[in-house]
Design a protein around this ligand. Structure first.
Ligand SMILES: C[S@@+](CC[C@H](N)C(=O)[O-])C[C@H]1O[C@@H](n2cnc3c(N)ncnc32)[C@H](O)[C@@H]1O
Length: 250
């Protein structure tokens, strides 16, 4: 892949263990789960290792969404694009007429564009560097054909295998903030949230008499995260399962 990463901006292309700061090594060992083409020169920021969507999960979400959303929805907005995990998967899946990827951090955005180039989809994505709440208000109000996908930062509540993740304490944007802002833009909203998210908090957003689809995405039998699908979708057997787990190919 062309070009060296801009180390001075905090962009890295770590190919050897010795390059990786100790606290990030456990993430780096998983690099091929995160990016199948890691060795082709994927760029990451240090922060991105904590939040990037692993490739097999991003691909599975892209297929699910594509199959379940109505045909007239042909624009997808990745509101928190990060280093490109989900936006790249949406572009590779091929269903969308337009894909917008919004990211507020310029170095992270640089990584996303570079990584999309590795996967051959840089030109299929419209990249917007900025605050997604402002960008959505300014550019995407009153577009009926959009789906908003959002994988927000998960700060705030402490993560634990046994505990329940409090979505109202999620920082810097809690569930209510995200739901309100994004459903102003589209009634099809997908939120990518911690696997231990409080389902009772999520259920409050189900329209009267309706259920929300919640899918766990698993690698090697363990849930890594879940997606909540707000709005109308046509999921097979959605009326039979309140919550389901999907095993990705890894
Ligand atoms: C969990 S990461 C997204 C990971 C992404 N799905 C991926 O696979 O790389 C969240 C990202 O949202 C960005 N972010 C946080 N607040 C934002 C905002 N208001 N507007 C746009 N991006 C924001 C952060 O810089 C971070 O890169």
């Amino acid at each position: 892949m062309d070009g060296a990463p801009a180390e001075e901006e905090g962009i890295h292309q770590w190919s050897e263990l010795a390059q990786v700061p100790k606290p990030l090594r456990k993430y780096w060992y998983q690099r091929y789960l995160v990016w199948d083409r890691y060795d082709e020169g994927v760029w990451m920021t240090e922060h991105a290792w904590f939040g990037v969507t692993p490739e097999s999960i991003a691909n599975t979400i892209a297929v699910h969404l594509s199959e379940a959303v109505s045909e007239e929805k042909d624009v997808i907005i990745d509101a928190f694009a990060g280093v490109g995990g989900n936006a790249i998967a949406f572009a590779r899946e091929g269903r969308w007429k337009q894909i917008f990827a919004i990211e507020k951090d310029p170095a992270t955005m640089k990584c996303a564009k570079h990584n999309a180039k590795i996967y051959g989809v840089e030109d299929k994505i419209t990249w917007i560097t900025g605050d997604c709440f402002d960008v959505l208000e300014e550019r995407f109000r009153d577009m009926g054909n959009t789906v908003v996908f959002a994988s927000p930062p998960w700060g705030g509540s402490e993560y634990s295998d046994v505990g329940v993740f409090d979505l109202e304490k999620m920082q810097p944007y809690n569930l209510e903030t995200l739901f309100k802002a994004f459903t102003r833009i589209s009634n099809n909203l997908v939120l990518y949230l911690p696997r231990t998210s409080d389902l009772n908090q999520i259920a409050k957003y189900a329209p009267l008499g309706k259920k929300l689809e919640v899918t766990h995405y698993c690698i090697k039998g363990a849930s890594k995260a879940l997606c909540v699908y707000f709005g109308d979708y046509n999921f097979p057997a959605a009326d039979e399962e309140e919550e389901k787990a999907v095993q990705t190919g890894q």
